[in-house]
Design a protein around this ligand. Structure first.
Ligand SMILES: NC(=O)c1ccc[n+]([C@@H]2O[C@H](COP(=O)([O-])OP(=O)(O)OC[C@H]3O[C@@H](n4cnc5c(N)ncnc54)[C@H](O)[C@@H]3O)[C@@H](O)[C@H]2O)c1
Length: 342
């Protein structure tokens, strides 16, 4: 079903009307006057009905191929179980639709490559929803590093906890479940973004859940080509831990969510610097950030701005691909007991 395009309006559809899409992605999009919600799609009719009730979608679909064939769209927002993300993205990209896709974008490097090839062929763009890059504390941290406040990066330490993934697809390995993809993807992306060098080697170990096939706790390290070492923890047992700490030749900087991150605004940044006199002693910066859900509004605005300005988005398909490659290496290293050279 094609309707006349209105000038300056983004005709968007949603694939996957689950919790994240309806609670965090659709609300900020629905507030933007330049967004027109065209259609929503989910295999579960109850979820499309919920999306139609909550937002101004014009039509529901149960099959995204039918939706992509019938609707004239600028872009598609995809938020589905991890093993299903790539299939929908490839279909949308092949149909020439720009994509905003939830992390980790794909469940395997082969899927990620297929997405990249589809995007190259059609010329459509794809942004990955690594929302924490848009959290104010992480942006302050990135700026301090870029301005040289800590000198050259030497070492990174990062951790993120996930809620216990006890049920449903989030704890099903066949659906791409498990904390490595659920939360490890976020911290891996941030560290790649901060370090800015190519990863060379991954070494990992996994404590598997006593019951059920996904991992409970995971430790891994990345050695970068510039010699930087980064170590990571992602775990189902440590609560809402979320920090990235970067050590440099002239100081260190750490951004951290408060434990009550869903109710208390923003994350804090602690910096100590031998070159910025104001930070000679460890100093904590509390960003004047509004609610953390603002990072979702910021990432979606960036996606739409990249479409309007016909430029690559802030988090590209290559960025997503790099994370998927690392996560795959984490599993391979843990299973083989040996480092994986990339
Ligand atoms: N960035 C963040 O902070 C954040 C937070 C939570 C979740 N997420 C991401 O969002 C995505 C979805 O997670 P969620 O918590 O919303 O999961 P969810 O289970 O609540 O929702 C997934 C939806 O996809 C639908 N679905 C499954 N197969 C489908 C298909 N073939 N076609 C159409 N719909 C289909 C399901 O019926 C369900 O409604 C994941 O990639 C997850 O990692 C991101």
């Amino acid at each position: 079903m094609t309707t006349a395009k209105k000038q300056g309006v983004f005709r968007l559809s949603l694939i996957g009307c689950g919790a994240h899409a309806l609670d965090y992605l659709c609300p900020p999009l629905s507030k933007l006057p330049e967004v027109e919600f065209v259609a929503c799609c989910d295999v579960d009719e109850g979820r499309t009905a919920q999306a139609m009730r909550s937002f101004d979608f014009q039509r529901p679909y149960l099959d995204y191929n039918t939706m992509l064939a019938k609707e004239d769209l600028h872009g598609v927002v995809i938020a589905m179980p991890h093993s299903r993300l790539a299939g929908a993205a490839v279909a949308a990209l092949r149909a020439g639709r720009n994509v905003f896709i939830e992390k980790p974008m794909a469940a395997s490097p082969a899927e990620a490559r297929e997405m990249r090839d589809a995007a190259k062929k059609s010329g459509a763009s794809l942004m990955v929803g690594y929302c924490e890059r848009f959290a104010e504390g992480r942006r302050i941290m990135k700026r301090l590093i870029s301005e040289g406040a800590i000198g050259d990066i030497v070492n990174v330490n990062a951790a993120k906890g996930s809620p216990p993934l006890l049920t449903g697809w989030q704890s099903d390995p066949a659906m791409g479940g498990g904390p490595i993809r659920w939360v490890g993807s976020h911290v891996t992306d941030q560290v790649l973004w901060m370090v800015g060098s190519e990863p060379e080697r991954v070494t990992a170990d996994i404590a598997w859940r006593p019951k059920g096939g996904v991992e409970q706790d995971v430790s891994y390290t990345i050695r970068f080509k510039n010699g930087v070492l980064a170590s990571f923890l992602c775990s189902q047992q440590v609560g809402a831990v979320d920090f990235v700490e970067v050590f440099g030749t002239k100081g260190r900087v750490r951004a951290e969510w408060p434990p009550e991150y869903s109710t208390i605004p923003g994350d804090t940044v602690t910096v100590q610097s031998a070159v910025v006199p104001a930070y000679a002693n460890p100093t904590t910066i509390v960003p004047g950030a509004p609610h953390p859900s603002n990072m979702y509004a910021a990432e979606l605005k960036e996606w739409l701005a990249s479409l309007k300005e016909r430029r690559p988005p802030a988090v590209t398909i290559e960025d997503g691909n790099a994370v998927v490659t690392i996560l795959d290496a984490v599993y391979r290293s843990a299973r083989s007991g040996s480092p994986v050279t990339l």
